[in-house]
Structures are given as C-alpha cells and as structure tokens.
Design a protein around this ligand. Structure first.
Ligand code: ACO
Length: 437
C-alpha cells in the first residue's frame, strides 16, 4: 500500500520525521533519530509488560483476541482438535505443514524412540523431597538434561537443533510421570514406544501391577485434545521467556527450563491449579455471590478469567467445556463443574466483568477435567507444560533461523540517584526500617 508511513512532529524542535509502517507497526529503532540535539540519546518507547510491542515476526500461531480466533499455521484450532493427534499437531507447529502418512509415521517413531531418560536422571529425581512440587521437579530435571546432551549447545546448527527438539518432546512425559510417581513412592515405569504419546504417558503414570495397563480411550483422547489446545499460543509470558533466554544462544534445555519457570506463575499456566483451589474454597453455589463481591471489591481475582489478548470467549475454553462432558461420561461428574458453570454465568452477566471484557480462559475448565481423570491440582501446570514444550520449541527454532535475531536486551528509563560519593560505613545514616526475615 502507498503512503504506508507515519509522520511525527517533535514539538520540542518543530522537526518532522517520516518513518515506514510495516504490517501495522513502526520500528522502535526508527524513533532513535528523533533528538533535541546531537548529544541526545534519541527517543525510545516505554512499554512495560510489552502491552503494545511486537517482539518478533512469527508464522506459527494466529490469534485474534477480539474475535476469539486461534489458528495454528492457518488451521482453526477447532478443526485440529477434532481431527488430529497431538504429535500430528506438533509436527505442524514445528514444520509448517501437516505431515503425510509417511512423515507422521517417522515423526511418531522418532519422538517415541527418544522418550527414555538417562538412568542418572532417576537418581537426580530421587533427591527431591517427597512433597516437592512437580513443576519444581520438572523445571530442574529439564535443565539437568543439558548436562547429558552437550551437543545441545550447537544451537546454530539446524541438524542439532532438531535433535534436541525431538529429545525434549519425547522426554517431557517421562520426566513428568517420574515426578508424579516419585511423590507417591511408586517405582518408575519405563516408556513404551509401542503406545501413542498420551497413552504412553498414562501408562507411565498409572500402571501398577497389571501386566498391561490399558488407558481408557475416551480419557486418552480427551488428554490428546487438551494437549492440542495447549500446544502454542504465540508470544505469551513463557514463550517470550523462551525467546529471551534462547536469544543468548543458551542451549534448549536451559532455555525450556526458563519457559517452564514462567509458566508456573499463577497469572499464567499456574492459574489452572489456582482455579481448583478457588472452587474448593467456594465450595457450593450459594457462596458464589459473596465470592464475586470480594473479587469486585478488588480483594481477590477470579482465577481462570481474563486474558491479555482475548477480550472475547477463549475458543479453547469452549472446546474444553465439551471435552469435560465426554470425560464425565466415563469418570462421573466432577461436582466442581456445576460451581464453575454457575460462576461463569454470574460473571458473564455482571457489569464488572462485562465492562472489563473478562471471559473464561483456557485454565478455567481444564483443571476440573484433570481432577476427574485422577490428577492432583499441583499436577495441572505440568499437564500444560508437556504440550507447550512443542510451542516453545517451534518458536525457538523459528527465532534461531530468523535473520532479525539478536540477543534480547531491552532498555530502561533510569529513575535512580544521580552520581553520589561513597560514604564510609561508620558515617552512614539509618534510612530504612530494620526487618528480619
Ligand atoms: N478477576 C478479577 N478482575 C480481573 C481479572 C480477574 N481474573 N483479570 C483482570 N481483572 C481486572 C483487573 O483488576 C483490571 O481492573 P481495573 O481496570 O479496575 O484495574 C482489569 O480487569 C484489567 O486487568 P489487567 O490485570 O490489566 O489485565 P492484564 O491483561 O494485564 O492481565 C491476566 C491478564 C494476567 C490473565 C489477568 O486477567 C489475570 O490475572 N487473570 C487471572 C489469572 C489467570 O486466569 N491467568 C491465566 C491466563 S491464561 C494463560 O496464561 C494460559
């Protein structure tokens, strides 16, 4: 389009500057030329939490938060959730296109072949306290993988990158299942490459003394769908952590551990665990109005509601609601679903939530399903991290071959002290309250 430019007048100097507009953005670096005098550093943008800053160009996931649209590589999430396996979607996210039959067979084989972990990692796992949070175990053991695979540091070689991608996707369910069994004091179950990704995971979680554990197909499919829905979500907090840490050319194990850490926070992936705790605390439908009042007075947050990008119903939450009903056919109804449905109904009609455009997000219903399937709340974010590893790695691969890639290094506006001279210890004045910890 012609005239895709922006003209800015600097009222300090009356000078006008014209900068190009590219795909609805201007380059922040184009503002640097705007100076009051040659000594001036030049204009920067201030955007805490990156509310309006595109940090990269990406061809992986399209998200329209106003309309509630989510697509992976152009395919609507609803179609992928209905027709695909998780590993098929993983292939799509990583490679750009859905696999052919042969490609899928090879991909399944490769991933499952890499599902074993080094025996020493089991010893590492044993060092954790019996009630260690599984996310803490997961992020530490993923970071520890870097010590087993030094070739992971060859991040500028696409062949080696691909190898670590397959290893990580293959090993995530194994690490997660071992973390789970460590807590229960049950022996670890080795991965079975003959099974599909989700059934293998279920086998490693729940096999006891029976010779062959057989996963319920409805529950295995539900897990598959949940994994598909969680696989990628463009530049969210954990993916941005992945890109920032990866931009220093750290190896993908250390980088993925950083992304897991970001995911763990209750404002991000940790919200699914918090939703369950919140529903437990509410306890019954008659206590919802009082809870909503507390939220509106600003004392609480309605966990699982609201999203930085979605200002409409999160399409993943819609699919998850359907999956919940299918799961309950097998497991029996989790009574928390009724509290959640009522909470949603009340919130969606309340001026506070309507005005702020707060809708249920992916975490609002997922925990209820997971609990019905037999998972504890502290397991929920792990169930998010396993599939999101695919998205993190797809974004990492994309970044590593991007000609615009540079180490991430934001600027700041310094608001601290001007230069001052050192004061010897004996002459310093007491300025802060003494608080012991
Ligand atoms: N409950 C009550 N009020 C809320 C909620 C909520 N869940 N979410 C946002 N608000 C309110 C804020 O208090 C604020 O109100 P104000 O304008 O009167 O100050 C307004 O809505 C805007 O909220 P922000 O915090 O500015 O929105 P932001 O985009 O920064 O945050 C976030 C998004 C972090 C997801 C937020 O909605 C939240 O904390 N939700 C609960 C946690 C959650 O479910 N996280 C999972 C998100 S999905 C994911 O990460 C996979």
């Amino acid at each position: 389009m012609e005239n895709e430019t922006l003209t800015i007048t600097d009222n300090r100097t009356q000078k006008a500057y014209t900068v190009p507009i590219f795909r609805g953005t201007i380059r922040a670096m184009d503002l640097r030329q705007i100076k009051t005098d040659p000594e001036d550093f030049g204009l920067m943008t201030y955007d805490p939490a990156f509310m309006n800053t595109a940090s990269c160009q990406s061809a992986i996931t399209y998200l329209d938060g106003e309309k509630g649209i989510l697509r992976y590589r152009g395919y609507p999430i609803e179609q992928l959730a209905e027709h695909c396996t998780f590993l098929e979607v993983a292939y799509l996210l990583l490679n750009g296109d859905l696999p052919t039959k042969d490609e899928l067979d090879t991909w399944n084989y490769d991933v499952m072949r890499h599902s074993m972990i080094h025996e020493n990692l089991k010893k590492f796992m044993d060092g954790f306290h019996h009630d260690a949070h599984p996310m803490g175990i997961l992020l530490s053991t993923v970071a520890a993988l870097s010590t087993f695979y030094p070739d992971g540091r060859a991040v500028n070689d696409a062949k080696y990158r691909r190898k670590q991608v397959v290893r990580l996707i293959g090993k995530m369910p194994t690490l997660a299942a071992y973390a789970y069994r460590h807590r229960l004091g049950r022996p670890y179950i080795y991965p079975d490459p003959e099974l599909c990704y989700t059934k293998n995971y279920m086998n490693m979680l729940w096999k006891r003394t029976e010779p062959n554990y057989v996963a319920n197909p409805v529950l295995a499919r539900a897990l598959e769908v949940l994994f598909i829905l969680h696989a990628d979500h463009e530049q969210n907090c954990s993916t941005s952590a992945m890109r920032v840490v990866g931009s220093s050319n750290a190896d993908p194990y250390a980088t993925t551990a950083a992304a897991i850490s970001a995911l763990w926070g209750p404002l991000h992936g940790g919200a699914n665990e918090e939703v369950l705790r919140m529903l437990d605390e509410i306890g019954s439908k008659d206590r919802i109005p009082a809870f909503i009042e507390e939220v509106k007075e600003g004392h609480r947050k309605l966990m699982g509601f609201g999203h930085r990008v979605y200002k409409n119903y999160d399409p993943r939450a819609r699919i998850i609601k359907q999956v919940a009903e299918e799961v309950f056919e097998v497991t029996g109804r989790n009574p928390k679903i009724d509290i959640a449905l009522e909470l949603e109904k009340i919130a969606l009609n309340d001026e506070y939530f309507v005005k702020r455009r707060l809708y249920p997000n992916v975490d609002f219903y997922s925990g209820i399903i997971y609990q019905a399937m037999g998972f504890n709340p502290d397991q929920f974010t792990v169930l998010f991290g396993i599939p999101r590893t695919v998205g993190w790695l797809a974004q990492w691969q994309e970044m590593m071959s991007d000609t615009d890639k540079k180490i991430a290094r934001p600027r700041q506006i310094y608001i601290g002290e001007e230069k001052r001279d050192f004061v010897p210890l004996t002459l310093r004045e007491h300025k802060h309250e003494l608080v012991g910890v």
